[in-house]
Write a protein that binds this ligand. Structure first.
Ligand SMILES: Nc1nc2c(ncn2[C@@H]2O[C@H](COP(=O)(O)OP(=O)(O)O)[C@@H](O)[C@H]2O)c(=O)[nH]1
Ligand SMILES: [Mg+2]
Length: 468
């Protein structure tokens, strides 16, 4: 992405393409207003340009043929008080393939070029309208599937993280300046004063910046669950009712259910909302000995999903005895947060909760249910919400739900700050302390995007859709 070229005017269809009430074409850059002037005829004889930040009613007219194209509301937002910080024009037209394309073609023919994914937000960042953490929050708002994810992204968009990190950065800059003075004028310092000055600096780091950064890093996993949802994997022997449970949980026939063991061979994914959180459910091939070739590939995938899962639902058919396959599943999922579901509670019980605990030393909750009974599914969801999910996001709601990039920067900062405190308390060398603080400050600047290379920007903005 050539991020330098902001002299070009960019345009895009900003709404999903298809038939609908309103479609929006967005233009940003130095020629936005001139382009609007050429293709837009306001209804009243109001003068051009239309007032900034107001909607103006009129028609898009093809200047070549003078044919009216669509009845629209156009708005002009004069830079720098606009999303991108540049002159921005938005044309609210009717939404249909032909009309959106026709207007876009008129705009393109007047010198604008198509915007790349995320390019409007990239410009907002480059023009200082947003810091990088806010730009990333824009993607999160768009991608949020649950209320909790949206809340977390909203906090970041309102500059929560950016503000906290900027504050810490200021603190570190201040400390660097004090250390600089210590290094430059060592003779002027009372020899007794230096150790106490360093001790004060260490306590300052330990009292504020370091715990602040650590809290965010330590709650990263909970934050990830908040942002992306919980990944819950259904495992069990063939025919225990995994696919039936997936279908019941998501409320539609996603997976094929048959009485034939080995029906599900690939991992099937869907999801549902509970307590404002998104739960991704992955239905897997049943684990058993001696499967055929296709099924054994499916089992490999099952085991891989288990590794990546936040939560395992181990499903046992309670009308059937436990055997060696159950032992293998129990062992493979032991290290994970796990719930045991005793399915087919409508059938005579062979495997009871007592039989389970006689065979395995389980500390997991055991829930008997019938996958065909909607009340049992509601009970399972309520249990998930209250006993499992709430705890999984406990720490995340009171801090910032950072993404992996931000977490890595902050982790680096925390490490350097820890080292700075240790050096201050042991060797007391201002040069070394200052170097560690500088490393921490630079890592914080990466979060804000003060110094960030084009490759990183490209990666971040490639997650955007066109028109944002
Ligand atoms: N009686 C009864 N049958 C069930 C229940 N859950 C699933 N089944 C049946 O068990 C068979 C296997 O179900 P399926 O969901 O394909 O199991 P999977 O192989 O673990 O995915 C199907 O015939 C289902 O209708 C249940 O709670 N009670
Ligand atoms: Mg299945």
């Amino acid at each position: 992405m050539d991020i330098a070229c902001r002299s070009e005017t960019i345009c895009a269809i900003a709404t999903p393409i298809g038939i609908g009430g309103i479609g929006i074409i967005k233009i940003s850059g130095p020629d936005a207003l001139t382009i609007l002037k050429e293709i837009f005829t306001p209804s009243s004889s109001s003068s051009f340009p239309p007032p900034s930040h107001k909607l103006t009613y009129g028609w898009i007219v093809d200047p070549a043929s003078e044919t009216p194209v669509d009845e629209v509301l156009a708005s002009y937002m004069a830079g720098p008080r606009s999303y991108t910080g540049e002159d921005v024009v938005e044309i609210n037209c009717h939404s249909g393939y032909a009309v959106l394309n026709r207007i876009l073609t008129l705009v393109l023919a007047r010198g604008a070029r198509l915007a790349r994914p995320g390019e409007f937000t990239l410009r907002a960042f480059l023009n200082g309208r947003l810091d990088l953490s806010q730009a990333e929050a824009v993607v999160d708002v768009i991608h949020a599937r649950s209320e909790k994810a949206l809340e977390a992204a909203g906090r970041q968009l309102r500059k929560g993280l950016g503000e906290a990190v900027s504050r810490w950065r200021e603190d570190l800059l201040d400390m660097e300046a004090r250390l600089e003075a210590l290094m430059d004028f060592p003779d002027e310092m009372d020899s007794e004063a230096e150790p106490s000055e360093l001790e004060e600096l260490a306590s300052r780091l330990e009292g504020c910046v370091l715990p602040g950064v650590r809290t965010i890093v330590d709650h990263y996993d909970e934050a990830r669950v908040l942002r992306e949802g919980v990944s819950m994997v259904l495992v069990g022997k063939p025919n225990v009712g995994k696919s039936s449970l997936l279908n019941a949980l998501v409320g539609q026939d996603r997976a094929i259910v048959t009485p034939i063991a080995g029906t599900t061979r690939d991992v099937i994914e869907d999801g549902f909302l509970v307590g404002g959180l998104w739960v991704r459910v992955l239905d897997t091939a049943g684990i058993r000995e001696k499967p055929d070739v296709i099924e054994s590939l499916g089992i490999e995938r099952t085991l891989r999903s288990v590794d990546e899962a936040d939560l395992i639902l181990w499903i046992v058919d309670q009308s059937w005895p436990l055997d060696g396959d159950d032992d293998r599943i129990e062992e493979k999922t032991r290290a994970k947060r796990r719930i045991v579901v005793l399915n087919k509670s409508d059938c005579p019980a062979v495997t009871t909760p007592q039989a389970l605990s006689a065979r395995y030393a389980l500390s997991d909750p055991v829930i008997p249910l019938c996958a065909h009974d909607p009340r049992d599914i509601q009970r399972l969801k309520a249990f998930l919400e209250e006993a499992v999910l709430r705890e999984m996001i406990l720490g995340a709601e009171s801090t910032f739900a950072v993404n992996v990039r931000q977490k890595e920067c902050l982790e680096r900062a925390a490490e350097a700050l820890r080292a700075a405190v240790d050096v201050a308390r042991t060797q007391g060398l201002p040069e070394l302390i200052s170097e560690e603080i500088r490393i921490a400050r630079l890592a914080m600047e990466e979060v804000l995007g003060v110094h960030v290379d084009d490759a990183v920007l490209e990666r971040i903005f490639s997650r955007f859709c066109i028109g944002k």
